[in-house]
Structures are given as C-alpha cells and as structure tokens.
Design a protein around this ligand. Structure first.
Ligand SMILES: [Zn+2]
Length: 141
C-alpha cells in the first residue's frame, strides 16, 4: 500500500466514524425532542379540557370570568409555541444530519438472496456478470 492510499484509507475511516457519531447524537437528540412534544401535547389536552369545563360552569352560572379564560388560553398558547420551537429544532437536527452524512456514506446494499459473482480486489465493487476491468476503479479482475 502506498502512503497515499494509506492516507486515503485513514481519511475514509475518520469520515465514517464521524458520520456514525453524528447519526447517533442526532437520533438521541430528536428522540428527546419528540418526547418533549408528546408531553406538551398531553398537557394541552388537559388544559383544554379544564378550560372547557370552566367555561361551561361560568356560562351555567351566568357569569363569564374573562381573566380566568385569558390565563388558561395563554398557558395553552405557550405550549403550542414550545411545540413549534421543538419542531424547528428537530428539522434543524435532521438537516444537519443530512449535510454531514452527505452522499459519501451512501452504500450499495446488495439485494437479499442475490449473491454477487465477481468482486473487485481493489475497491470491493461487486458484479453479477463477469467483467475484465472494474468499472469503478479500473483494476483488472
Ligand atoms: Zn474496483
């Protein structure tokens, strides 16, 4: 192996390791945010129910307390705003992931049950039909 190809190999390993690290942290990050959104949605459900009951009670008693409605509605609105923020955060994380992962890490996944007959000794590209030279790197097979 020449120095140049050793360097290339090491760079590829570094890139792959970095990509896996990013993938894991993005996954954990967005999963956490999605859990938070779930909690907020539950809280909104409870607040809405509470609000509905209160409004009915006040209506039934012939007096509508504007302040109480304001308070409950503001609390609900804040939770919706938090959900929006979290969604933006998730989108950002997923965009970052797409940027870092890029196209380099996309690997050909061989079809199940279909065993490739020939593979390049240099770059491991596989072929179903015999080829004289590797179409990817030009090595004689
Ligand atoms: Zn090749």
């Amino acid at each position: 192996m020449s120095n140049e190809s050793i360097n290339k190999f090491q760079n590829a390993v570094t890139r792959a390791t970095a990509a896996i690290g990013v993938k894991a942290s993005v996954f954990v990050g967005s999963a956490k945010l999605k859990t938070q959104i779930g909690t907020l949605k539950n809280e909104i459900e409870k607040l809405s129910l509470d609000l509905g009951k209160n409004i009915f009670r006040l209506w039934n008693e012939g007096k509508v307390d504007r302040e109480l409605i304001d308070e409950k509605c503001t609390a609900i609105k804040k939770k919706y705003e938090n959900i929006n923020k979290l969604n933006t955060e998730i989108e950002k994380l997923e965009r970052e992931e797409a940027n870092i992962m890029g196209v380099k890490t996309k690997q050909k996944v061989p079809e199940l049950g279909k065993k490739p007959l020939f593979s390049c000794p240099n770059c491991n590209e596989t072929y179903d039909t015999p080829v004289k030279f590797c179409r990817k790197c030009g090595t004689k097979i």
